[in-house]
Design a protein around this ligand. Structure first.
Ligand code: S3P
Length: 418
C-alpha cells in the first residue's frame, strides 16, 4: 500500500508561530507547514519585532517577546493571500499599543474584514477600512475592554481574532457562534495555561496576564490529506493509500465523514493524541460512489474541502447538493462560481445555488482548461479530477498551490495510477 505524509496543518502552523511569538520564553515548533501563507504570518510577526528564524529548519526555536512585547512596525503588514494571517493578527494588533496597516494580494484585498473590524471596534480599537470592506485595513491598538459578541458568521478566524485580542489586552471575551468552528486556538491557548472555556456554541476567555511558552508538533493537514483520500476514493491510485500522522480534529474532518457517506472505504488507524490534537493515519481506497446532500450544519467542518468534494461528486452516481455554504463566495475566490464554471468547462453537469451548488455525476471523460483565479484549492481539486484515467484537465495557474502545499503536483504524480 502506498504510504505518505502530507505537509503540516496550515491552521495550526499559523497559530503555532503567533502563540510562540506572544509566549513568555522559548517555544519549539516541529513539522511546521512551509508554504506561502505561513511565510506571510512569519513576515508579519518579524515586522512586529519578533525574532522568527528561517522556516526551513526541522525544528524552529522561537523566543517569545511576551504579550506586551510587540514593537511598532515600520512597514505595512503584508499578508499575501492569507486570510488567517490578516484576521488573527488583527486581533493581536488591536490589543497592542501600536498601529499598523494590513495589506494583501488582490484576492485577499477583496475579502471581508468587517467581520473582525466590528468586534475589535466594539472592544475599543480604532479600525479603518476602505468602502468595500477589504484591505488595506489600518488598526490603532488601544486599551481594550471586554466583549460579548454574537457572531453572524461561523468563522474560526473571527472567533480567534476576538480571543487573541482579549488575551493580549488582558480582558474577558465571550463569543457566541452560529455553528461550531475549528477549535485549534482554544486548544492551543489552554495548553499554554490560559483559561478558555467552551459550552455548546459559546467560547469564553478569562484574563490571564501571561502566556506560557509551549512546544508544538504540527500534525499533517487534513485539508491536504483530503485530496489524497479523494483521489483514492475515485480509484485514481494503485490501490489503497495510507496518509500518516494527519490531524483528525472533528472540526476539520467533515470531508472524511462525507467520503464515507458517499461510499468510499476510509478508516482511521493508529489514533493518538499529539499536543492536545487527535491524530491518525487515514487509509482510503475506492468505493462505488453515490451523490449525497451536504447540509448547513456539516459545512464548517468541511468548508475548505468543498471544491474537492464537488469534483468527487462529478464522478459519483446521482446528484450531490450542498447548501448553507455561502461562505464559499468569500474565500480565496468565489468558490461556488469557480467550482460550477470549471466543472462545466470540462463537461460535467453542475449548477450554482445562492448558498451552494448541485453536481450530477457521470463517467464521461472530462476535458478542458480550468481557471483557478489563483485559488489553491480549486487548482488541487481539479488536479485530482484530471489525474483520473480518461480525463484531461489543464490548470491555468498550477503554481498557486504554493500557499498550502507547494509540492502538491509531485505528490499527485507519484500517487496517480493514470
Ligand atoms: C481557518 C478558518 C476558516 C478556513 C480557513 C482557515 C483558520 O476560515 O476556511 O482556511 O485557520 O481559522 P473562516 O474562519 O473564514 O471560516
Amino acid at each position: 500500500m502506498a504510504a505518505l505524509r502530507v505537509p503540516g496543518d496550515k491552521s495550526i502552523s499559523h497559530r503555532a508561530l503567533m502563540l510562540a511569538a506572544l509566549g513568555k520564553g522559548r517555544s519549539r515548533v516541529r513539522g511546521l507547514l512551509q508554504s506561502a501563507d505561513v511565510h506571510s504570518t512569519a513576515r508579519v510577526l518579524r515586522a512586529l519585532g519578533v525574532p522568527i528564524p528561517a522556516l526551513d529548519a526541522d525544528e524552529l526555536v522561537i523566543d517569545g517577546v511576551g504579550l506586551r512585547g510587540l514593537a511598532q512596525p515600520s512597514v505595512d503588514l503584508y499578508c499575501g493571500n492569507s486570510g488567517t494571517t490578516a484576521r488573527l493578527m488583527s486581533g493581536i494588533v488591536a490589543g497592542s499599543p501600536l498601529w499598523a496597516t494590513f495589506t494583501g494580494d488582490q484576492s485577499l484585498s477583496r475579502r471581508p474584514m468587517r467581520r473582525v473590524a466590528a468586534p475589535l471596534t466594539a472592544m475599543g480599537a480604532n479600525v479603518a477600512l476602505p468602502e468595500h470592506g477589504g484591505l488595506p485595513m489600518t488598526i490603532r491598538g488601544a486599551k481594550l475592554k471586554g466583549l460579548t459578541w454574537h457572531s453572524e458568521v461561523a468563522s474560526a478566524q473571527v472567533k480567534s481574532a476576538i480571543l487573541l485580542a482579549g488575551l493580549v489586552a488582558d480582558v474577558p471575551v465571550e463569543i457566541h457562534e452560529p455553528a461550531a468552528t475549528r477549535d485549534h486556538t482554544e486548544r492551543m491557548l489552554r495548553a499554554r495555561g490560559v483559561d478558555v472555556r467552551t459550552e455548546d456554541l459559546v467560547v469564553s476567555l478569562l484574563p490571564s496576564a501571561r502566556l506560557d511558552a509551549g512546544d508544538v508538533d504540527v500534525p499533517g493537514d487534513p485539508s491536504s490529506a483530503a485530496f489524497v483520500a479523494g483521489l483514492a476514493a475515485l480509484g485514481g491510485t494503485r490501490g489503497a493509500v495510507r496518509v500518516e500522522n494527519v490531524g483528525v480534529n472533528p472540526g476539520r474532518t467533515g470531508a472524511f465523514r462525507t467520503l464515507v457517506r458517499m461510499g468510499a472505504a476510509l478508516k482511521y488507524e493508529d489514533v493518538a493524541e499529539q499536543g492536545g490534537e487527535p491524530v491518525a493515519s487515514i487509509v482510503c481506497s475506492a468505493g462505488a460512489l453515490r451523490g449525497i446532500s451536504i447540509s448547513p450544519e456539516d459545512v464548517p467542518s468541511l468548508i475548505d474541502e468543498l471544491p474537492l468534494l464537488a469534483c468527487v461528486a462529478a464522478r459519483a452516481e446521482g446528484e450531490t447538493r450542498v447548501t448553507g455554504a455561502a461562505e464559499l463566495r468569500v474565500k480565496e475566490s468565489d468558490r461556488i462560481k469557480a467550482i460550477v464554471d470549471n466543472l462545466r468547462a470540462v463537461g460535467a453537469d453542475a449548477e450554482e445555488l445562492g448558498d451552494g451548488f448541485v453536481v450530477r455525476g457521470s463517467d464521461r471523460p472530462l476535458r478542458g482548461r480550468i481557471v483557478t483565479h489563483g485559488d489553491h484549492r480549486i487548482a488541487m481539486a481539479f488536479g485530482v479530477l484530471g489525474a483520473l484515467a480518461g480525463n484531461a484537465i489543464d490548470v491555468d495557474d498550477p503554481s498557486c498551490v504554493a500557499v498550502s502545499w507547494p509540492s502538491f503536483w509531485d505528490a499527485l504524480a507519484g500517487l496517480a495510477r493514470a
